[in-house]
Design a protein around this ligand. Structure first.
Ligand code: NAD
Length: 248
């Protein structure tokens, strides 16, 4: 019979000894804060839409109001959410042992930041940030803050549209983010992967990068993921249940 308590105890000891720890988080990290995972966000009203329609430049250009409204609803959910016990445990650990932990997240919410990991690396952008869809031609109006309110807001001069600051299908990651994440993965003695299906690349490849560089890799997820083979230890549980036992 598996003794999960003993495994957690041993992993905690590894974390306590490690000089560098990297946490790679995905949507499951924020599920217990009430923010739906990608699949869950496509239920109810939104179930008839294809993810590519709501998360691509092509989809946005085809129906800017529809896509803007979907993000507006998700933004409200993020603003109303609070970091859960998992985020808070990581934040407290970063305060207690400065310089040891790097959080790399695929999440577009700000819950790691609000919990105390201000420098978490965001691979997929920030849902609360605005940016222009294409460069606005009306200098000096470079900041979407000057856009005319609307759904979506637009530049009153050239009509450039504002879009949410997230990475959509087929887009480049924010400059330098993947490089910084790879450095953290290679430097880590221990990588903990939390709440990701492992289906989105290149983020999913970071577990393998860490493992090949010699890290011990553990995964926290109540279900199987596509990158389970990269890990030496699979911890079947949720972020809010498991992380406080490892980091608090
Ligand atoms: P995903 O939705 O593909 O997978 C979520 C994973 O989390 C699943 O494997 C699931 O089993 C696991 N999970 C569910 N509840 C959990 C819990 N309480 N604790 C631990 N694990 C749990 O998510 P992904 O792999 O991050 O990829 C989806 C993409 O969607 C990402 O690019 C991300 O940017 C984006 N996204 C972000 C948010 C957010 O910012 N909170 C929310 C939805 C989607």
């Amino acid at each position: 019979m598996r003794d999960l308590d003993a495994e957690l105890h041993e992993l905690r000891a590894r974390i306590d000894r490690a000089a560098r720890v990297c946490v790679l988080s995905g949507a499951g990290m924020s599920a217990e804060s009430g923010i739906p995972t990608f699949r869950d966000a496509l239920t109810g009203l939104w179930s008839r839409f294809d993810p590519a329609q709501l998360a691509s430049e092509e989809g946005f250009r085809a129906d800017p109001r529809l896509v803007w409204d979907w993000y507006a609803q998700r933004r409200e959910g993020v603003r109303a959410a609070q970091p859960n016990a998992g985020h808070l445990a990581l934040g407290a650990f970063a305060q207690r042992r400065p310089g040891v932990l790097t959080v790399v997240t695929q999440n577009v919410d700000d819950l790691h930041q609000r919990a105390g990991n201000a420098d978490a690396i965001r691979l997929h952008g920030d849902i609360l940030a605005d940016r222009w869809l294409q460069p606005c031609r009306c200098r000096p109006r470079r900041d979407p803050g000057e856009a005319e309110p609307g759904r979506p807001p637009r530049c009153p001069g050239c009509g450039a549209l504002v879009r949410p600051g997230v990475v959509w299908f087929g887009e480049m990651l924010p400059e330098g983010a993947m490089e910084a994440a790879e450095r953290a993965a290679r430097a880590a003695e221990l990588m903990l992967v939390v709440g990701t299906s492992g289906a989105v690349w290149p983020a999913a490849g970071l577990a393998g990068t860490a493992r090949r560089a010699g890290a011990f890799v553990a995964i926290v997820n109540p279900h199987d993921s596509e990158i389970d083979a990269s890990a030496q230890l699979l911890l079947p549980g949720t972020a809010a249940q498991i992380l406080p036992r490892l980091f608090a």
